[in-house]
Design a protein around this ligand. Structure first.
Ligand code: MUC
Ligand code: MG
Length: 387
């Protein structure tokens, strides 16, 4: 009997963060998640998530925009379609909807979650099966204060939760950022690996000097130091930097991944299903990386539990994951929206064994945080230069 897509519904959920999270382009005090529910004629509902950072500060899709793209343009293309063939359904969406990678990733996740539930399998089994049961997870130090960051890192190491830390820099002058990074590395010593994410804030003129100073301070990796449009600059830097350069914002899909790999434009790829436009596209980016002898890292857009689990299900199938993952998004939120929380221990995230995404939403909690009306994503005044 044919099983079709009956209903597609998207919600916006606002959950406060445990502390302000300060990046080069914005600071956030809450995380805004777009959840999409795809209900099929056999009664199965799949769920997917589209989440970004600071409204439109990070990329060209906001949670509100994702909701609009799904409600207005994707829903009519999905309703009545064969739910058993997510690839064909997504191909139809791609024919009619250009870009909108975050929204497409959320929809593809929901369709695959429904298929996996129907098959009685974890989503990772539909993607080829797990190579690992646990994913290494780093923590991002981004309180904006050096002492607070050191204390935070110390408590994470002591609790056995994280011993790899990514520091968000690029908001302050380079010299101040490097003093901040060096102080943290000095305090933690060999007990932790330190990486930095510049989120595109540096100019090529001073990036090489920055890379040398960071290497001297004991940093292991520099993420997206230059603007994403400066591909040649990133390639020049990657060739001369004493420590590896990771591509993040520059990777907006498989074409970018292929181009960067072909031109030796970075040593590591941050694989993000949202930026890639779906779990399959993200898997293809990881394959391009591995075939191009580029390291693989499992990135995040600070998704909550649903987006994090979708990524985790995919990353668990990767043959190579040399740089671990940063799937810590749910830990940055004050509230858990699952019936059973995710398990973070021994410096990693344990993959649940249940069907689909392997997690169940606590709908009472989800409803509590659901946004009513069309409230905009509030970006802090300092982030938009208003004082
Ligand atoms: C990014 O640029 O990597 C990942 C962790 C975090 O704090 O921000 C994100 C986005
Ligand atoms: Mg990044």
């Amino acid at each position: 009997m044919a099983i079709t897509i009956e209903r597609v519904e998207s919600w916006i959920i606002d959950i406060p963060t445990i502390r302000p999270h300060v990046l080069s382009m914005t600071s956030i005090n809450k995380q805004v998640m777009m959840l999409v529910f795809v209900t099929c004629s056999d009664g199965i509902t799949g769920v997917g998530e589209g989440t970004t950072i600071g409204g439109l500060s990070y990329g060209n899709e906001s949670p509100e925009g994702m909701k609009l793209a799904i409600d207005l343009y994707c829903e009519p293309l999905l309703r009545g379609q064969d739910a058993l063939v997510p690839a064909a359904v997504m191909s139809r969406i791609r024919q009619h909807v250009v870009g909108n990678h975050f929204a497409k990733n959320a929809l593809e996740t929901a369709l695959l979650d429904a298929s996996a539930q129907r098959a009685g399998l974890p989503l990772s089994d539909l993607l080829g099966g797990r190579v690992r049961k646990q994913l290494p997870v780093l923590w991002v130090l981004a309180s904006g204060n050096t002492q607070v960051d050191i204390e935070e890192a110390e408590s994470m190491i002591e609790a056995g939760r994280h011993n790899v830390f990514k520091l968000k820099i690029g908001k302050r002058a380079m010299v101040d950022d490097i003093l901040h990074v060096a102080e943290i590395k000095r305090a933690l010593g060999d007990r932790a690996s330190i990486r930095v994410d510049v989120n595109q804030a540096w100019h090529e003129h001073h990036a090489l000097r920055g890379a040398h100073l960071l290497a001297d301070a004991g940093v292991d990796l520099i993420e997206q130091p230059l603007h994403r449009a400066n591909r040649l600059g990133l390639r020049r830097l990657a060739r001369r930097s004493p420590i590896p350069i990771m591509a993040d914002e520059i990777l907006q899909g498989t074409d970018d991944a292929f181009d960067i790999a072909r031109n030796s434009g970075a040593q590591v790829f941050s694989v993000k299903p949202a930026q890639a436009g779906g779990l399959f596209a993200a898997g293809q980016i990881a394959t391009i990386a591995t075939n191009g002898h580029i390291g693989v890292y499992g990135g995040t857009m600070l998704e909550g539990a649903i987006g994090t689990m979708a990524s985790a299900q995919l990353f668990s199938t990767f043959d190579a994951l040399e740089w671990g993952t940063e799937l810590f998004g749910p830990l940055l939120q004050t509230e858990d929206i699952l019936t059973e929380p995710l398990t973070y221990r021994d410096f990693g995230l344990e993959l649940p064994t249940g069907i689909g995404l392997g997690v169940t939403l606590d709908m009472e909690k989800v409803k509590k945080f659901r946004r009513n009306g069309s409230t905009r994503t509030i970006v802090t005044s300092s982030a938009i230069g208003v004082h």
